[in-house]
Design a protein around this ligand. Structure first.
Ligand SMILES: [Zn+2]
Length: 132
């Protein structure tokens, strides 16, 4: 059981280690939460944007989102991808379109929770989170 002091948001996006901390910081700050449930795949937004009804991977992602929202009462969901994505090697403009499509799918799944699509961009020496 989670205690009342355990507050959550949800991050849905790429597995790339370079973007995790900036995305967590963004979510913690935006929703004032202590923890960020983390759902990743390589190039996740590309997968989600394709919305293939037969995809087991897609079902698994959706199931994890439901657990985060229903069991952890997540306050918000950040859907992210990033520059230089090895798992979804498309142009930045296509990447951004797919982030927005992926966010729409998550929003349909969980209409009661704020869903924020973001693009994570290199900003030497770190990475910067840009809401779309
Ligand atoms: Zn990636």
């Amino acid at each position: 059981m989670s205690s009342k002091f355990d507050t959550f948001a949800t991050a849905v996006g790429c597995m790339d280690g370079r973007v995790q901390e900036p995305v967590f910081e963004f979510a913690k700050k935006r929703w004032g939460v202590k923890y960020v449930d983390t759902i990743t795949e390589a190039g996740l937004v590309g997968l989600l944007a394709s919305n293939d009804p037969g995809s087991l991977l897609l079902d698994s992602i959706k199931k994890k989102v439901l657990i985060s929202v229903e069991k952890h009462h997540s306050r918000g969901i950040v859907v992210h991808s990033h520059e230089d994505c090895a798992g979804n090697p498309v142009s930045d403009s296509q990447q951004k379109e797919e982030i927005i499509s992926a966010a729409d799918i998550i929003r349909e799944l969980e209409p009661g929770v704020e869903v924020v699509p973001v693009f994570v961009k290199r900003a030497e020496p770190g990475w910067e989170v840009i809401p779309l």
